[in-house]
Design a protein around this ligand. Sequence first.
Ligand code: MTE
Length: 316
Amino acid sequence: MQPLTEMPPIRSSEITPEHVYFSRRRVLRLGMLALGSAALAACVPTTPTAQEAPGMIPRLNKRDEFGDPVNRWEEITNYNNFYEFSTDKEAVARLAQGFQTTPWTITVDGLVRNPKTYDLDDLRKFGEEERIYRLRCVEGWSMVIPWLGFPLHKLLREVEPTAQARYVRFVSAFVPEQMPGTRLLPLYPWPYTEGLRLDEAMHDLTLLVTGVYGRPLPPQNGAPVRLAVPWKYGFKSIKSIVRIELVAEQPATLWNTVAPHEYGFYSNVNPNKPHPRWSQATERRIGELGRRRTLMFNGYAQVAPLYEGMDLMQNY
Ligand code: MTE
């Protein structure tokens, strides 16, 4: 029987793989470029940072509010956690390629005055803005990602939560025939679920994401609609959402059910609270050498008032 295991510990292969992996791919790409266009050899760039191969999406020349450059498209879309497809971050993009994301609906129901099922056209009326957010995974790596989307509060205001609604429960799609990872982890409590307190869900930083890098969201990043909650560990940012339910009690979530001592309901980024199996004091920014210090709330100090009076070392 497959045991219910926690998120796998950081594998040794994960300590340096991205920059090695990506620079290796870059070298390969450059190699192919050089081979395929020998006649144009003089034009083949000599520095690996100055160019992108034909057909590649050029790196956006944008920074987040902390001054950090956005990650490359290739990094954002080829190093993913999406257990429904695979636990191998570099296999997700390929395995999720054929995932059917149209037609799609999201049902918003529970303790609301106006329950509604939204299709993708309905969601468009909420608009789309770019938000460049840090994503800090609980495993100790991070990226800077230019999301497109709209604040979740726009949608929540439309359905009008009742006075009893105190939490928001999110549910991902569960399509085993298209999601090979779910068959390899049959004891996980699928579908993937997550939750926020209502005031967290209403915070302006909480984004319903419909795109990335100025493009529609690819399947591996949670198409067609996912959440981005930048002050919490990445697993709170649930992908491919099909239901948003307003509830009175703190909802069960997949990771909190699988390993409650490792993955708390709140899971705010907190460098002072180590994961039981590793420190959270530092992180590897994908594409950088070395490690950088992890900041409380991932740097988004404006959310601190949400947790006034709460002991974040106990309620994590
Ligand atoms: N959502 C679903 N449905 N399934 C998942 O496995 N993984 C989470 C989160 N959302 C996950 C998910 C984790 S652990 C992280 S770090 C982020 O997605 C990764 O998002 P990205 O692949 O777009 O970087």
